[in-house]
Design a protein around this ligand. Structure first.
Ligand SMILES: [Zn+2]
Length: 134
């Protein structure tokens, strides 16, 4: 059966998301046809690495449009995962990108879905008013 789903990269980009880490060494932009949170992720990895509210919120973006400044400061975390039915521990293919200077969680990229990138919404918006840099 053929899917009627529009391929992600063919959706019309309705917003350019721009973001940075807290220390602003890493800045990025990408096109997003879905610039709204589509998922509150409660997995243990997202809760620990990016879950300020006890969960992480993911946005969807077009990975082919991702542009990064300060890429040399970018670090990637790939979590160790274990399936309850498989005693062998594995390394997750998901790549959680973060700033190695300030620790800000920036986006998740998973090569199993290469057309997508999932920026954290907080780095994609302005800094918190009480902590804005002058
Ligand atoms: Zn930083």
């Amino acid at each position: 059966m053929k899917s009627n789903r529009i391929p992600f990269h063919k959706m019309e980009a309705i917003m350019i998301l721009r973001g940075s880490c807290h220390c602003r060494t890493i800045r990025f932009s990408l096109d997003s046809p879905t610039p709204y949170p589509y998922q509150a992720c409660y997995c243990s990895i997202c809760c620990k690495t990016a879950g300020g509210g006890g969960y992480a919120i993911n946005l969807g973006g077009d990975s082919s449009s991702l542009e990064v400044e300060g890429e040399e400061i970018l670090s990637v975390y790939r979590a160790r995962i274990q399936d309850p039915d498989d005693p062998e521990e594995k390394i997750s293919p998901a790549r959680r990108n973060f700033c190695r200077h300030c620790g800000s969680a920036l986006w998740v990229y998973d090569p199993r879905w290469p057309e997508l990138v999932h920026p954290s919404p907080r780095p994609s918006t302005r800094p918190c008013r009480s902590h804005q840099r002058r």
